[in-house]
Design a protein. Sequence first.
Length: 168
Amino acid sequence: MCGVLDAIKIDLKGFDESFYRNVCGVELTPVLRSIKQVAKSGVHLEIVNLVVPTLNDSDKMLQELVNWIMGELGPDVPIHFTRFHPDYMLLNLPPTPIATLERVRAFALSKGIHYPFVGNVPGHPGNHTYCPACGKVVIKRQDFFVQEMNLKDGHCKFCGRTIAGVWS
């Protein structure tokens, strides 16, 4: 797939073998191996982590996930910390507190990850892409729509820094 795609998004459901085995019914190691393979291919990679209360939202698990991304993939792989809403077989769980998503996003930024996002929270400033150099919004989003692009040839329009991504 890496030979024919420009970008790949992979859901990393959590960062714990027992969580993957018991909740997802699969093993974590092959998922991590696939993520590293895509990252090494040079294809643009983004990771989504659906943060589910009581299942994969512990500070320890989220911090280990961030540390693994930074250590194995580097600062330019975007990570989306997405809000869970009760649905289907998990109607008994509450929505993810926005504070949890904000806390893990702040932790990711403190560890040097350039593009951590708060997902599934309409209107949240963590939905936007910020330039890692000057801190200005380079892509402003509302819901699933881009409202503003401050990029020129894949660079921040304000300071000129390269912004990771696939740009046309």
